[in-house]
Design a protein around this ligand. Structure first.
Ligand code: WTA
Length: 646
């Protein structure tokens, strides 16, 4: 680690003086946690106020703001209009080809109402599931809020996932409707999207309607039985809709994420607690001033960051934000900075992998733009290395802006560990301390706090409002995955390794399970292995995440080919075909960086693959201790006979 890791960056006095949150907030939250959260919940409009703040009697199933009722979409649109802010821009939408659209809160309310009326006409009601497979279009936001308005759950599936991944998610949730687009722009090209839906729903009997946004105008196959254009169905709807209040614990959405087995988990979130923590964290961590800030989170709505910090947090807070459809290098590598300059973006939230990509492209690119409007920078998705942190602050933040390194997960629903930009002397690379109202610890295998200087596992030892309320349709897996490791202590096990420094600040060290983090995307090793062995040429496969300078981790696969095909299939073309096969099964984000053909895989006597040893090979290190292998000569065989395809 460079010296960068030892630097401290305190906010300027000027920033600290105007900040939404001071360090007094920690003491206030500690003094009475529930009173603190009750105060945060008052940021929202409740149709009926809650009685009890937290009911944890049925742990690990929490109830927050018991008996309170609210409508989440009303909180994200209508109430801002009623407060006189209807003319405020909610969304500055910027299309990849350069088209743009400004949507005020009044328009947002009308668009969401129309969409809700349309979904109701298609038979969607409270408790139903709607799959959303859309690019970064305003319609994605309208769709999510329309579901919330009706009390239906959305299940957003990242547009980069394959038809197969979409199908399994639709079937798991038994979604009634899927909302998609004809195509999506990717680096200047219109790529098909609906085609993937056509393929997915051929084996998804629950789907009754496919609602299609026309974005690119590319040709699509049409099936009159279930396909409907958005502009035919939504545009003719009345633009008013009376929202109904739902229970605080009414389900809001399902979002699938990778676990340690091949089957993605449908993480379930509910309404009142989730929205409370989304609004609170967005206000305090980003220091949002809704009257003057222009906020931009570069995530895709297909991930939890997009849910909480594009849709629910910012819109609940009445923020003005930028939503950008495309990639950072379309049509040129200065696109993000051009957008910052165009809209006067003040708060910018992105992922370390993107920052490292900008570093690779060179500091002269952002230097060409006026970035002086920026005042807070954020990072999320993986540990940020101190070098990237320093580069970010210097080249994007004019050596002036606070940076908030925010740790959280799909399961936590909202930010849990982060500096407060106006109160914390930031340390590059450390997410530092749990937010006021949140409790987290680094513990050893027995659950004992390791104390300053120690390392171990990250746990959340007290329930929090935005916590997941289960895994869709799989209570056992919920308890098993998160609550069984420290069952006696009632700790939530996050799956991350962490350490404290001498000051007691937290440093997150990455996953300790078989989940990889590639460009901030969670992908399970088993998922990729299953995809590989579904190819007829592959007999066995083992996958590891090897460290990668840009993407954090890169996927490296070791495969044993089937007898007979081994010789011809060991060649480049055959390996390229395998990589494409994974891309088709899961999506391009899961494409292995490298595939190595091996004669054997290292296994313990009980048959468990020792990924640690394969990681040594993938990272070109000397292979570690092999004594627990069933056959200790396997590693020699692997090292000698490597066929590599990248
Ligand atoms: C990792 C994304 C270090 C971590 C919001 C976690 C981080 C997983 C950070 C969740 C951070 C996220 N520092 N690691 N600031 N933020 N992670 O569910 O391993 O896509 O468990 O949620 O990303 O990924 P997920």
């Amino acid at each position: 680690m460079s010296n960068a890791a030892h630097d401290r960056f305190a906010p300027s006095e000027e920033f600290a003086a105007q900040a939404n949150a001071t360090s007094a907030l920690y003491g206030q939250a500690d003094a009475d946690r529930e009173a603190f959260w009750a105060e945060q919940a008052s940021r929202l409009h409740w149709d009926q106020k809650w009685g009890q703040v937290l009911d944890w009697s049925d742990a690990p199933y929490a109830k927050w703001f018991v008996d309170g009722t609210l409508n989440v979409a009303y909180n994200c649109a209508d109430r801002h209009v009623e407060a006189g802010n209807g003319d405020r821009v909610a969304i500055h939408w910027e299309g990849e080809p350069g088209d743009s659209r400004a949507i005020t809160y009044a328009e947002l309310q009308r668009e969401v109402s129309r969409t809700a009326n349309a979904l109701a006409e298609l038979g969607v009601g409270a408790g139903d599931r709607v799959a959303i497979y859309l690019p970064m279009l305003p319609e994605a936001v309208f769709s999510m809020l329309a579901c919330a308005r009706l009390g239906a759950m959305h299940s957003v599936v990242f547009g980069g996932f394959s038809a197969e991944a979409l199908r399994s998610r639709i079937n798991d949730a038994e979604a009634k409707v899927v909302i998609t687009a004809d195509g999506q722009y990717r680096r200047g090209k219109a790529m098909p999207l609906k085609a993937g839906v056509d393929e997915a729903i051929a084996e998804a009997p629950s789907i009754q309607h496919v609602l299609v946004v026309q974005r690119t105008g590319i040709d699509v196959q049409w099936n009159d039985a279930h396909d409907k254009w958005w502009h035919d169905v939504v545009d003719r709807q009345p633009d008013t809709h009376t929202p109904q209040a739902f229970d605080s614990e009414h389900p809001l959405f399902i979002l699938y994420t990778s676990g340690t087995t091949g089957k993605p988990k449908g993480i379930l979130h509910t309404s009142g607690g989730y929205l409370t923590q989304a609004a609170y964290t967005h206000h305090t961590v980003f220091d949002l001033k809704p009257d003057t800030d222009v906020y931009w989170c570069t995530a895709d709505i297909g991930w939890v960051t997009g849910h909480t910090y594009i849709v629910y947090g910012p819109l609940a807070n009445g923020a003005t934000q930028v939503i950008y459809e495309g990639t950072p290098n379309a049509p040129h590598e200065g696109r993000h900075w051009e957008i910052v300059q165009k809209y006067g973006v003040t708060i910018y939230y992105t992922a370390p992998t993107t920052i490292r990509t900008f570093m690779k492209w060179g500091a002269e690119i952002p230097a060409k733009y006026d970035l002086s409007s920026l005042r807070v920078l954020g990072s999320v998705g993986e540990p940020i290395n101190p070098e990237a942190w320093i580069w970010y602050r210097k080249n994007i933040g004019s050596d002036r802006t606070p940076i908030v390194d925010t740790w959280w997960q799909t399961e936590t629903g909202a930010i849990m560990i982060s500096p407060l930009p106006g109160a914390t002397a930031a340390k590059p690379g450390s997410a530092q301390t749990p937010l006021p109202g949140i409790s987290a610890k680094v513990v050893d295998e027995n659950g004992t706090d390791v104390g300053p200087g120690g390392g171990g596992l990250l746990v959340l030892d007290k329930p929090w409002p935005a916590m997941l309320r289960g895994i869709w349709g799989d209570d056992e897996r919920y308890k098993d995955t998160y609550w069984s490791k420290f069952a006696d202590l009632g700790f939530y096990f996050a799956g991350d390794g962490a350490k404290y420094d001498a000051d007691g600040d937290m440093w997150l060290l990455g996953r300790v399970d078989d989940v990889m983090n590639v460009s901030g995307h969670r992908i399970s090793t088993t998922e990729v292995e299953s995809a590989l062995v579904s190819h007829p040429n592959v007999a066995e496969a083992a996958v590891v995440g090897a460290s990668d300078p840009t993407t954090g981790q890169g996927i490296v696969a070791f495969v044993i080919l089937r007898g007979g095909v081994a010789d011809e299939a060991g060649g480049e073309t055959a390996l390229a075909e395998l990589r494409d096969h994974v891309s088709k099964e899961i999506g391009p984000i899961a494409k292995p960086r490298q595939i190595m053909v091996v004669p054997e895989l290292p296994k313990t006597r009980s048959g468990k693959i020792m990924r640690r040893l394969l990681r040594d090979v993938a990272e070109n290190r000397e292979v570690g201790d092999v004594t627990t292998l069933a056959d200790s000569s396997v590693m020699d065989l692997i090292s000698q006979g490597l066929h590599t395809g990248a």
